[in-house]
Write a protein that binds this ligand. Structure first.
Ligand SMILES: Nc1ncnc2c1ncn2[C@@H]1O[C@H](COP(=O)(O)OP(=O)(O)OP(=O)(O)O)[C@@H](O)[C@H]1O
Length: 824
């Protein structure tokens, strides 16, 4: 047995070493260094090639037909700037291989270096195919052009490769055949390289350019007086229409189309023939494959006017794909070394503990008259699952009732019985390990499962009982309710969710709305305001901490949701993914308000406090977002310490099918969150039950641990990089009373008319409660909240204290009247 354990440990050690080696080679640092080395080598070879043009002749006799080993001994004798190795390499590449096309090898190597250093995001496969094709073509081309001069020069511009190839071609298909082959190959390469090639060729082959020129000349010769045109129209046309140098360009076409649209109706009358003639070529281009359509007889009505109006026909795909990351194209994702490594990724197995526990479980059950047919243990990071098969005839409910007895016999704080295990035909007993292991965020973020996942909003939150990384797609969840008693790992869990997303999503693709009434949980993320946060236009802080601002922000999110729906309908897209795909392929017109839509994840911490202070006012936007926002990429995470039914109401529950429960104090709380007991039997410290929409049973997961210094390192890393000019601005929300939402400072010179009355009420009642003001004066929450802010600014009440009423700082009416007088 001992041998077996040692063997297993050895295997584990071996695996973790292998993992370490793999991590080393795939790590950010290694990639960067490799990229740097490749770039330096590229520059060196580039210098060798350039030098070859000047020194190749002198070096020729010294290096030709001499092996490199002999040359190295003869160090220093060559003139090439890069020494004997450079001279040899340049001679090899230039003369013996591909000639001057060899620079394309450097082009590809440079691209590899830049990609590894994260300086560019080109597709290496495309670069490789382009470089390889042009290398062969270029070599053949230069050899063919300069074939006569080969004997008289030290430099073979096409290299020996091109020289032999062009000789073979000329012998087989003759000079004209070789020229045609070269032209054909060049055009094929150009077609694969640029989307503009085909329209360009269509224009050339249909002699469109010639017709344009003729028309242009004709109109000049006829010298027909120009119809009066609006200045703007005239100027723009001159800028856009250059028939002589005409190249197909959809962007230009669109601009022309707009100009046409701006034209007053009478400007388009048939008598202004020259205008139409001037525009004739536009129809031709719009239907490049059908030159007949573009005659003046068509009346010049179709393309220019219709395209901008009909979203379906808007198509700028010739411009290539829109890159949403372009603004922050240098953005570098946080590296894995910012996270701490707490565990080896492997669970340590304590055989003695396992056997002892098995024995005790068996014994306890036997004491209650339950015999077991078999027992099997699966060791997780913090909990071990013992699966038992009782002998025939045992009632399951009987075992379920023994939770406390088994816990007592195992001296365990909490055990959880799952009877029966879904889909397994066994009964599971989860027992906490004596030595629980911390699951580091590093181990889940660096896992292959996470790195290779293709979820839209991937969250790797921890490890299951079988030590597998547990992941879910927030897009599918689509909203999440997180609950757990204080100190059981809720904040760490929220940070783990945010961290996962930061490791996978570019700032262009994701924005967070953070609501944090405790004021301490999310303040750390302020540093990434201009990268990842969304806020109200006039909010001075990116993290929402005041209930009034929370109401305004969530209502603004509802407006954002509605706006996004309008865009989706306009684009005939069913969801944000389809919409963004259309936008990226430039089939949506930005001038009609279309834009790339980032996902928005709204995280509301201490939701219970907000419900206590704002009640329906906050519940309403939350319910609307939860019910509808999924399709437009807005997802919500609600977290609360107090999972009672007043907070997690039926409406909230029905809209949040996915839930996470950390340890809670009672079975009732567990039922409130998960609809089943069990969360009360968790062991804390990140131990949780996750119910993801679609699954009937919650999964037990040990939450990954991410410490505040780690989060700090990540936000510092992100925050130090180039950012957008501002946070993502949500639409302005006009609150009750017609005032716009504001999180700015309070102006006491502009007090609410009810200010004095409200102050008296608060001081007489000695209760700093917003809802009291609301009730007494029959006003909405927003106005009451603003009044409370003014009372705070005047020093009548203390600061916001979560669910508790504010402290009243003025003890009697006399003191208050004095203060009110001083404000006048
Ligand atoms: N996943 C985890 N792994 C290991 N330890 C954890 C984990 N999560 C939390 N802990 C421990 O529990 C402590 C409390 O966690 P956390 O601050 O997340 O609790 P909380 O539920 O947010 O509490 P509160 O609601 O009072 O803010 C942490 O400081 C840490 O020591």
């Amino acid at each position: 047995m001992a041998k077996k354990t040692t063997a297993k440990q050895n295997t584990n050690n071996g695996e973790s070493k292998l993992k370490g080696i793999r991590n080393f080679f795939t790590g950010e640092r290694t990639r960067f260094i490799t990229g740097l080395v490749i770039s330096i080598v590229t520059i060196y070879v580039g210098l060798a090639l350039i030098s070859f043009f000047f020194t190749g002749g002198a070096d020729q006799s010294k290096i030709e037909n001499i092996p490199l080993s002999d040359l190295v001994i003869n160090r220093g004798a060559v003139e090439n700037w890069t020494g004997v190795r450079g001279a040899f390499l340049a001679d090899l590449l230039m003369n013996r291989w591909f000639g001057i096309s060899s620079f394309l090898i450097l082009f590809f190597l440079g691209s590899v270096g830049a990609k590894l250093m994260n300086l560019s995001r080109v597709s290496l496969m495309k670069r490789f195919l382009f470089s390889a094709a042009m290398l062969i073509w270029g070599s053949l081309f230069f050899a063919f052009i300069f074939i006569r001069g080969y004997e008289d020069t030290f430099i073979y511009l096409g290299g020996q490769h091109g020289y032999y190839l062009s000789e073979v071609m000329m012998n087989n298909i003759g000079v004209p055949g070789t020229i045609l082959l070269l032209v054909g190959l060049f055009l094929i390469i150009a077609i694969f390289t640029s989307k503009r090639t085909i329209p360009f060729l269509q224009n050339v082959f249909s002699f469109g350019w010639l017709k344009n020129r003729l028309k242009h000349e004709k109109s000049e010769v006829q010298d027909v007086p120009q119809a009066p045109q609006p200045a703007a129209y005239h100027e723009t046309m001159e800028e856009v229409v250059e028939p002589d140098e005409y190249v197909f360009d959809t962007e230009t076409e669109m601009r022309k189309a707009e100009v046409e649209e701006k034209m007053p109706e009478e400007e388009k009358m048939p008598e202004e023939k020259e205008v139409l003639q001037k525009n004739d070529f536009e129809f031709e281009v719009a239907r490049g494959d059908d030159p007949v359509v573009g005659t003046a007889a068509d009346g010049g009505t179709t393309f220019e006017v219709e395209v901008p109006e009909d979203e379906e026909t808007f198509d700028q795909s010739q411009l290539g794909k829109y890159d949403p990351r372009l603004d922050l194209s240098r953005y570098v994702f946080p590296t894995l070394d910012l996270l701490k490594f707490y565990d080896s990724g492997n669970v340590e197995v304590n055989r003695e503990e396992l056997e002892e526990n098995q024995q005790m479980i068996k014994q306890t059950l036997e004491d209650f008259g339950i015999n077991i047919a078999s027992i099997k243990a699966t060791v997780g990071p913090t909990v071990t699952l013992y699966e038992i098969i009782p002998e025939a005839g045992v009632r399951i409910s009987k075992i379920k009732n023994l939770e406390d007895d088994i816990a007592l016999s195992l001296s365990a704080l909490q055990i959880r019985i799952i009877a029966p295990m879904p889909g397994k035909g066994t009964i599971g007993i989860e027992v906490p390990n004596n030595k629980p292991q911390t699951v580091s965020m590093q181990s889940v973020v660096a896992s292959r499962k996470f790195l290779e996942c293709t979820y839209d909003l991937p969250v790797a939150i921890g490890k299951t009982i079988v030590n597998e990384v547990f992941m879910f797609d927030l897009c599918k969840t689509p909203h999440l309710l997180v609950a757990g008693a204080t100190g059981q790992g809720k904040s760490v869990g929220l940070n783990a969710i945010i961290t996962s997303l930061l490791y996978k999503k570019h700032p262009a693709e994701l924005k967070f709305v953070m609501v944090d009434p405790k004021q301490v949980e999310f303040s750390i993320y302020s540093k990434i305001e201009r990268h990842y946060l969304a806020k109200l236009p006039n909010a001075d802080k990116p993290i929402v901490t005041e209930p009034g601002d929370a109401v305004a922000t969530l209502n603004s999110l509802v407006i954002e949701m509605e706006n996004r729906y309008k865009l989706l309908v306009d684009a005939s897209a069913r969801n944000i993914k389809e919409y963004n795909e259309k936008f990226i392929s430039r089939r949506l017109n930005p001038e009609k308000g279309h834009r790339f839509l980032p996902y928005i994840v709204a995280i509301v911490d201490e939701f219970a406090d907000l419900i206590a202070t704002s009640g329906k006012e906050i519940e309403l936007p939350i319910s609307r977002i939860a019910a509808k926002a999924r399709a437009v990429g807005i997802h919500m995470i609600l977290a609360t310490q107090r999972p009672d039914t007043k907070v997690i109401t039926g409406t909230i529950k029905s809209n949040f099918p996915s839930r996470i429960a950390f340890k809670v104090m009672s079975q009732i709380d567990s039922r409130t969150i998960l609809d089943t007991p069990g969360a009360n039997r968790l062991i804390g410290k990140g131990d949780m039950l996750i119910l993801i929409t679609g699954s009937s049973e919650p999964t037990r997961v040990q939450c990954a641990f991410v410490d505040t210094p780690e989060v700090e390192d990540i936000v510092n890393y992100v925050g130090a990089q180039v950012a957008y000019p501002t946070a993502y601005l949500l639409p302005e929300y006009i609150g009750e009373g017609g005032e716009s939402s504001s999180a700015g400072t309070v102006d006491l010179s502009d007090r609410d008319p009810l200010f004095d009355e409200a102050a008296r009420l608060i001081v007489i009642q000695q209760q700093g409660s917003t809802s009291l003001i609301q009730r007494k004066f029959a006003i909405g929450y927003n106005r009451a909240g603003r009044l409370m802010d003014q009372l705070e600014a005047a020093g009548i009440v203390g600061p916001f204290e979560g669910s508790k009423a504010r402290q009243v700082l003025i003890q009697d009416e006399y003191g208050l009247e004095q203060l009110l007088n001083s404000l006048k």
